[in-house]
Design a protein around this ligand. Structure first.
Ligand code: DP6
Length: 347
């Protein structure tokens, strides 16, 4: 028997960062993210449950990618009890990202959430636990996505998500993310994220190695406490329209703390490039001179995410084109915004 499912799922950008994990992909601190609209993985998974030769093939952008197979097989081992038919099946995965190659954008959140969605969809087709897409279904997708890549568990919800037990956030959990879009002011529901591609090089340090560094870091305990505090402050600031200054202060502090942590270990590394620092200084200057509430956040890499209200898009994009683009590799940037979450694809 053959089963097939196709989903698209977005990337997300953390405002309060997940950095440090334990056990089986459990976070050391809660995180909060915006779900993106345009940085997507589109994936089709085909499962032949009575294949003569069980196994896995992975295609990306139309080409075989055996290099991705080891990570996916490790993931299949972790989720084997939920999807027992995976063991005797042949699985074929075909995916493509909507964001450009060489843009230095991590695809694990969009790819692993898309894979979780396809597997859950196929489980429903096979007739596994009798769950139809509802709140619990999405929660289980989030659990499965987390086992593939921690940050992927936040990609399954529209708007915004919180992952990890957080003080005062009812229902928050380390095993899965919870939707947070209904709790934020409409100002944030169509926030812009213009991703300035300072370097398109592959990640210099894998997330796994980065998280592992936290295990030996003297500042780790303080960092986890600070992240928990930031999450409370940010969740409160985003529930209203009059606290953009607090939103900005927390987002930028989180971004710089993430990079400061990477610079502080026994084997430190610097993921910012000169262009990253130049853009940060331009953001501070522009905000001071114009009063426009634009701020930045950073991932574990050199690219800068510019965050700002949709109402300011015209003037901010003019400034991006006039001033910031010169710091971007080949002038590349991606105009993204807060999005509506994953979608089932026909075919
Ligand atoms: C800096 O989710 O990529 O983007 O769980 O090992 O797959 P693994 O790590 P990953 O780490 C993301 C780190 C981050 C911050 C964040 O997204 O919260």
């Amino acid at each position: 028997m053959n089963y097939r499912a196709s989903w698209q799922s977005p990337s997300n950008i953390a405002l309060v960062k997940y950095w440090g994990k334990h056990g089986i992909q459990l976070p050391r601190n809660p995180s909060l993210s915006f779900t993106l609209a345009r940085c997507l993985t589109k994936m089709t998974v085909e499962v032949n449950v009575d294949a003569a030769l069980p196994g896995l093939t992975v295609m990306y952008d139309g080409w075989p990618r055996p290099a991705f197979e080891a990570k996916i097989l490790t993931f299949f081992d972790l989720i084997g009890d939920r999807f027992p038919w995976l063991r005797g099946s042949h699985v074929h995965i075909d995916s493509v990202n909507t964001f450009p190659h060489g843009a230095g954008i991590a695809s694990s959140a969009s790819a692993m959430s898309a894979l979780a969605l396809c597997l859950m969809d196929i489980r429903d087709q096979i007739g596994g636990p009798n769950s139809k897409p509802g709140g619990e279904w999405w929660q289980e997708v989030s659990v499965v996505a987390r086992l593939g890549s921690g940050s992927a568990c936040r990609s399954v919800y529209p708007g915004a998500a919180i992952w990890g037990v957080a003080d005062g956030i009812a229902g928050s959990h380390d095993a899965y993310a919870i939707p947070w879009s209904d709790r934020i002011d409409p100002l944030y529901r169509d926030f812009r994220d213009t991703i300035l591609i300072v370097s398109g090089a592959e990640k210099a340090v894998s997330s796994t190695a980065g998280h592992a560094l936290m295990n030996d870091l003297a500042y780790a305990v303080t960092r986890y406490a600070e992240a928990r505090r930031h999450l409370g402050v940010l969740a409160d600031a985003m529930s209203r329209a009059d606290a953009l200054d607090i939103f900005i202060a927390v987002c930028e502090s989180e971004a710089l703390q993430l990079h400061a942590l990477m610079m502080s270990g026994p084997a430190p590394f610097i993921l910012m490039e000169p262009g990253t620092v130049a853009i940060i200084k331009e953001v501070w200057r522009y905000r001071r001179d114009t009063g426009i509430p634009v701020c930045f956040t950073l991932d574990a890499g050199p690219n800068v995410h510019l965050l700002y209200p949709d109402a300011n898009a015209g003037e901010v994009m003019g400034w991006v084109r006039d001033v910031l683009v010169r710091h971007c590799a080949d002038g590349q940037y991606i105009e993204d915004h807060v999005g509506s979450g994953p979608q089932r694809l026909i075919g």
